[in-house]
Structure formats: structure tokens, C-alpha cells
Design a protein around this ligand. Structure first.
Ligand SMILES: *[C@@H]1O[C@H](CO)[C@@H](O)[C@H](O)[C@H]1NC(C)=O
Ligand SMILES: [Ca+2]
Length: 246
């Protein structure tokens, strides 16, 4: 066995040596005839799925209805509906800090109170103000006619002084006496001579006329207060102490 394969190798070796030695090229041989086709190979694997084909022709009339089609695209948003009924009241929230326990608020109130007290002190010192019930009655010390008095008081957020009871009349009198000047009141004569009303048109529910007053009989349309607190009807163009109420 060994000898035979060695012998074969030797022959191969010698023949290859012989081909190398024989370098001169010979004439190429003629092509042989092509062999016969082999047997068909096995089927290949499945290919990729093809495109969807065109729709087919319409079927004959009278056929049974096909299955329902797919949903269409959503339509545009509709208009808002009518508001619904009001809901129930919500629960009450947690209670806040009582104002009296709020230290900052307390200090602020004390400061405001202090400032007001000081201002009132200054004005009282000059007999400029009187406090009665909820009203503050004040003068600027100037004397002008009735229309100017009304305008002056309105310009500072008040109205011409208008006594509506004895207490208020006395408070006005305190200023009138301190300045020793008569003042116009917020009372005027109506269309009927001798019938007076408040400047806002409402009827009087308190009067303090001097005896025999009002006596102007339609010629004295305004009312002044004397230095004893009594009233007199008077023309409106006199110069009288301006007193307003707030
Ligand atoms: C007149 O009415 C006013 C309220 O409009 C009131 O303040 C005043 O005290 C009344 N006067 C009298 C004398 O009752
Ligand atoms: Ca008079």
C-alpha cells in the first residue's frame, strides 16, 4: 500500500517535471460537444408578497348586499352645546385667621387710628370739626355765597351741612359760635312760597326757625343759621361761613 502511493507520487512528480521542461506551446485542441442538460432542480423558496391587484368588474345587478364598509374619516367639530344647569354649591373652605388675631393687621389698624386721632386733634384745636353720630361737620373758615358753598363741599366729597335733628343743629352751632359767623344750611325753598325742603328735594323732618320765620314769602330761597342756632330764610347771594358735612 505504502509503496504504491509513493510510486504514484513519484510518477506525478516526474510528469510535472516533464511538463516544466517541455515549455514549447502546442496547438489548442478542438472544444468537445456540450454535455446534455441535467435533471431539473428542486423548487426554490416562496418569493415576496406581490402588490394588490386592480378592483375587479362590478358584479351583476340584484346580487346580495356585500359586507358593511369601513368607517369614513371623522367630520368637522360641531358648535358648542347649551350650557348645563348650575352645579351644587361647594363646601365651605377652612376658616382663615380671625382679623383680631392677625398681628400685622392689628398693628396697621392701630397706626391708622393713631394718625386719624392726631389729625382730628389738629382740626378740633382750630374749631374746624365737630363729630355728631356718624357725621363729621367741618369748615374751611371761608365765607362764600350759597352756590359756592354747595360746590366747595361737593368738590371734597361732602355736602353742604344739613341739620336733621337737634343734636346735629347743636354741633353746627358750635362752629358758628366759634367763628362768630352765620352759615348757609342745605335747605332751600320749593315752588310753593314758605315751603322748604332739603337740598336733595326730600321734605324736612326737623326745623329750628326763629319766631316769624320763614318770612320771605318766596323772595328768600336759602336758609342761614344765626349765632344762637335759630334759622332764617335769606337770599342766596350773601357771604356766609362754609360748613360741610361728611
Ligand atoms: C329725620 O330723618 C333722618 C333720617 O332721614 C334722621 O337721621 C333724623 O334723626 C330725623 N330727625 C328727627 C327729628 O326725627
Ligand atoms: Ca327771612
Amino acid at each position: 500500500m505504502f509503496v504504491r502511493s509513493s510510486l504514484l507520487l513519484l510518477i506525478l512528480f516526474l510528469t510535472s517535471q516533464a511538463q516544466q521542461i517541455d515549455k514549447c506551446a502546442g496547438v489548442p485542441g478542438i472544444h468537445g460537444t456540450p454535455g446534455l442538460n441535467g435533471a431539473p432542480g428542486r423548487d426554490g423558496r416562496d418569493g415576496m408578497k406581490g402588490d394588490t391587484g386592480l378592483p375587479g368588474p362590478q358584479g351583476p345587478a340584484g346580487g346580495s348586499q356585500g359586507p358593511a364598509g369601513r368607517d369614513g374619516l371623522p367630520g368637522p367639530i360641531g358648535a358648542s352645546g347649551v350650557p348645563g344647569p348650575k352645579g351644587d354649591k361647594g363646601d365651605t373652605g377652612l376658616p382663615g385667621t380671625p382679623a383680631l388675631l392677625d398681628l400685622q393687621l392689628k398693628l396697621k389698624l392701630q397706626l391708622i387710628e393713631h394718625q386719624i386721632t392726631r389729625l382730628e386733634g389738629v382740626m378740633r384745636l382750630k374749631d374746624m370739626i365737630q363729630e355728631v353720630e356718624q357725621k363729621i361737620i367741618a369748615t374751611n373758615g371761608k365765607e362764600v355765597d350759597f352756590e359756592a358753598t354747595v360746590a366747595t363741599c361737593n368738590a371734597v366729597g361732602g355736602i353742604i351741612v344739613t341739620p336733621r335733628n337737634e343734636e346735629e343743629n347743636k354741633a353746627i352751632l358750635n362752629i358758628v359760635k366759634a367763628y362768630n359767623r352765620y352759615t348757609y344750611l342745605g335747605i332751600t325753598e320749593g315752588e310753593i312760597p314758605g315751603v322748604f325742603h332739603y337740598y336733595d328735594g326730600t321734605p324736612l323732618n326737623y326745623t329750628h326757625w326763629r319766631k316769624n320765620e320763614p318770612g320771605g314769602r318766596g323772595k328768600e330761597n336759602c336758609v342761614e343759621m344765626y349765632t344762637d342756632g335759630q334759622w332764617n330764610d335769606k337770599t342766596c347771594n350773601q357771604y356766609r361761613l362754609t360748613i360741610c358735612e361728611f
